[in-house]
Design a binder for this molecule. Structure first.
Ligand SMILES: [Fe+2]
Length: 259
């Protein structure tokens, strides 16, 4: 099966720019590219920071844009989102019994879990006891089926000091819950605005650049907290015995000069 991972749109109100870039234009380009080349994917996941400040008009723009998008799309919240505003615009997105925006999707391949790690405005992530309880139940219900997890905040340092300060709190408690299941195939996360691979507690993990601005690996290399580097979306190919992640830099893709 094929799924699409895309993250950190940071949408702002229509007509506004963010860090000199137009988030809507870039999201529109990426979604158009996904629809054109990967319309056969089983589903798409947008792993949080849908908006930059939880703006209602930004959520409304996204809702309207997704009406034309052919893939079944699972939405998640990140630290730049606002759970209430999100819920007003997307009342049908899954919630757990405590109102957190987290839910499961099951198919022939296994179980896909979409977690809510939102703590508060523009901050580190939180996965509290209530949310951990939900996750433990989902993993128990998954039994021997393989599980793929999507979450906004990484539960580990990634070697970028600016982001490591705002990773998921209490990563040990989170790891303990996961240790109760023997077949976690992959963790997909956002938040760090970079393409990276991490092997954590035996679990392969990948993240992606956002569609708007990025976070430089070395701040001194650009002199600003954010940078302009190629956006990418992930094309994830899942087979019985392997998970493949391609990083597609669609805004920077062009024919080579073949002379
Ligand atoms: Fe972000």
């Amino acid at each position: 099966m094929k799924i699409i991972h895309i993250t950190d749109f940071h949408l702002v109100a229509p007509s506004e720019l963010l860090w000199g870039l137009d988030p809507r234009e870039r999201v529109d380009h990426c979604l158009t590219d996904i629809a054109r080349w990967h319309g056969d994917a089983d589903f798409c996941v947008i792993s949080g920071d849908l908006t930059n400040e939880g703006d209602n008009k930004a959520y409304a723009w996204l809702k309207q844009r997704l009406e034309d998008f052919p893939l079944n799309t699972f939405l998640m919240v990140g630290n730049h989102d606002e759970r209430k505003s999100f819920s007003v615009t997307f009342p049908d997105t899954g919630r757990d019994e405590n109102g957190f925006v987290q839910y499961a999707h099951k198919n022939d391949q296994g179980v896909f879990l979409f977690l809510d790690t939102l703590k508060g405005p523009v901050s580190e992530g939180e996965y509290c006891k209530m949310r951990r309880g939900w996750l433990a139940e989902q993993l128990k219900a998954a039994a021997n089926d393989p599980v793929w997890i999507f979450m906004h905040h990484p539960p580990f340092d990634i070697g970028v000091p600016y982001m490591d300060r705002i990773k998921l709190e209490e990563p040990e408690a989170f790891a303990k819950i996961l240790s109760g299941h023997g077949d976690i195939r992959h963790i997909f996360f956002g938040h760090v605005h970079r393409a990276a691979f991490v092997h954590w507690h035996g679990i392969p993990c990948t993240c992606l650049p956002g569609t708007n601005h990025q976070v430089p690996l070395k701040r001194e290399s650009v002199g600003t907290p954010y940078s302009v580097e190629p956006p990418m979306y992930g094309v994830v190919l899942i087979e019985e015995d392997q998970t493949i992640v391609h990083f597609e830099a669609c805004l920077d893709r062009a024919p080579a000069d073949m002379g």
